[in-house]
Design a protein around this ligand. Structure first.
Ligand SMILES: [Cu+2]
Length: 272
């Protein structure tokens, strides 16, 4: 048994040796044949060229051409410790826009019904002053009124907007119809008494019949707003509502220029 194993191992060993010899011979046989063929076929210089070309051909077929070396990596810049420090801002990442909200469903919005337009108020009658500048009289009520139709105020200070208006200077031919004309001189007032009806519209024309200025006024506070001043030879009118109260002593009037009443420029208006 042992002899058989030794025989097999020896056979394998011999076989390996034979295979190695065959591989070696085959590897060198071809170049040697080519070298001998070139040596026999050409003269000496040509043979050298052929040998060299053959060697080059074999080298080119066996050894690949050297590839160009890859470019050397660029060295990282060495920070210069002496260079000033530059603060490079860190790029802020741009926030990505969120998803666009879907538009709300287009539901038809009911339009509110149009508000009813109130009818325009009736035009308010305006009461412009008369041609000479006195306050107007409401033809329906016979009341002396302001431009807005409200009654004038007899108790406020003269000259205020609610007081009866004093006219511009007027001549005799422009005296209002039915007016009571009171002529004033240093000697007194003419007439020094007259009578009106309560609540009626009364127009008084005050004349300065001399070279003095005169101012007609009433003592009673209920007629405080009635005041007409006239220059020398001038005449002005005023229209006001007569008092509603009847007083036995009447409503005294006078010239408000200092010293004029004491010299007789006085009178009394009676209301009935
Ligand atoms: Cu006077």
């Amino acid at each position: 048994m042992e002899g058989i194993i030794r025989g097999v191992v020896a056979a394998l060993f011999i076989g390996l040796i034979i295979m190695g010899v065959l591989v070696f011979a085959f590897s060198f046989a071809t170049p040697l044949k080519m070298f001998q063929r070139a040596r026999n076929a050409t003269s000496s210089p040509e043979r050298v060229v052929v040998v060299e070309r053959t060697i080059v051909e074999r080298t080119e077929t066996q050894v690949p051409a050297p590839q160009p070396a890859p470019p050397a990596p660029t060295p990282a810049p060495i920070p210069n410790s002496n260079a000033p420090f530059v603060n490079v801002p860190t790029p802020v990442p741009t926030p990505m826009p969120g998803p666009t909200p879907a538009p709300p469903p287009s539901t038809p919005v009911p339009m509110p019904p149009p508000a009813p337009v109130p009818p325009p108020p009736p035009p308010k009658p305006t009461y412009s002053p008369t041609a000479i500048g006195t306050s107007a009289v409401n033809p329906k009520t016979g009341e002396v009124v302001k431009m807005d139709g409200t009654p004038v105020n007899n108790t406020i200070e003269p000259g205020m907007s609610d007081a009866p208006l004093v006219s511009n200077p007027v001549t005799k031919d422009k005296y209002p119809k039915g007016a009571i004309v009171i002529s004033i001189t240093a000697e007194g007032m003419t007439p020094n008494t007259f009578t009106v009806h309560r609540n009626e519209a009364v127009t008084i024309v005050t004349e300065s019949a001399d070279q003095y200025t005169h101012v007609l006024r009433f003592k009673d506070s209920s007629l405080n707003a009635i005041a007409v001043g006239v220059g020398a030879g001038e005449a002005r009118a005023i229209t006001f509502n007569a008092p509603s109260e009847i007083k036995s002593e009447g409503y005294p009037y006078f010239c408000d220029v200092p010293g004029h009443a004491s010299r007789g420029e006085t009178g009394i208006m009676q209301v009935q």
